[in-house]
Design a protein around this ligand. Structure first.
Ligand code: ADP
Ligand code: MG
Length: 261
């Protein structure tokens, strides 16, 4: 079953590999990876630790070159790509509002409009009262919401997220997953989301890709059978549990490979 969108993917990877270092000490970290992400699609990647997930995301973000192969992104503008990291990547010396406005400032959006858009995103993330605060005074969950607001404020065509909720407690992670679900379903954002949580991947993804142990390759793809718009309620569906155990079997085999190597 071919998705018609895939003739014009937003992101396309062909035989992408990455090796770090040279000669005897070289580490083949990734690939070859082939990947097409359709416009508006939310793709999740799970895989064992150290399999090359962050490497793939950094290549997609243009922060790292592939050693071979090609990765292309189809947007109107390279700045239309936003990235959110596990460690938030927000600036402690800027106020919350200035952090959220950051991408808009880079795009030279006029200050009044930038402030208005930043304030709107802060309100959506429940942070309206904290516009003038400095990030150091916020909890981890609030800091991560600032990072999300900053990424979404630029209305990116492509959103790249590398285990953005990994450092948060389970309850907060659930809340932010539900928020992200609501947000991405009301915009046409194409998202590549890395997580080590199968639940997270199934709740959020149109598609879940499983990567092998290093060098990471895509070894399986599943489509969670939940139509959009979807809510966090899918967590209690029998199909959810079934898919989770199927994905876990695939992943466990890879974690075993790594431990034995
Ligand atoms: P993951 O995100 O799946 O945990 P990474 O992409 O971070 O994995 O790393 C994949 C492999 O590449 C690991 O073995 C890691 O040590 C190695 N690696 C990642 N970045 C570098 C780097 N800059 N220099 C050397 N090795 C690296
Ligand atoms: Mg990583």
């Amino acid at each position: 079953m071919e998705d018609p969108h895939l003739s014009h993917p937003k992101l396309r990877a062909r035989a992408v590999t990455r090796t770090f270092g040279r000669a005897a000490g070289a580490v083949h970290a990734l690939g070859p990876v082939d990947l097409d992400i359709a416009p508006g699609e939310f793709t999740c990647i799970v895989g064992p630790s150290g399999c090359g997930k962050s490497t793939l995301l950094r290549i997609a973000a243009g922060l790292l070159r592939p050693s071979s192969g090609e990765l292309s992104i189809r947007t109107s503008d390279r700045r239309a790509v936003a990235m959110i990291f596990q460690d938030y990547g927000i600036y402690d010396w800027k106020t919350v509002l200035a952090n959220v406005r950051f991408g808009l400032d880079i795009q030279r959006v006029p200050r009044r409009e930038a402030n208005a858009r930043a304030e709107e995103w802060l309100a959506r993330m429940g942070l309206a009262e904290f516009a003038g605060a400095y990030p150091a005074t916020l909890s981890g969950g609030m800091r991560q919401r600032v990072a999300i607001a900053r990424a979404l404020a630029v209305e990116p065509e492509i959103l790249l997220m590398d285990e953005p909720f990994a450092a948060l407690d389970a309850q907060l992670r659930t809340i932010l997953q539900d928020e992200l679900l609501a947000l991405t379903q009301t915009t046409e954002t194409t998202t590549l989301f890395i997580t080590h949580s199968l639940e997270e991947a199934i709740v959020l993804g149109d598609r879940v890709l499983v990567m092998s142990a290093r060098p990471g390759r895509v070894i399986a793809a599943r489509r969670p059978p939940f139509p959009r718009p979807r809510s966090g309620d899918v967590r209690t569906a029998p199909e959810f549990t079934a898919l989770k155990s199927e994905l876990w079997d695939l992943l466990r085999a890879e974690v075993g490979t790594e431990a034995a190597a």
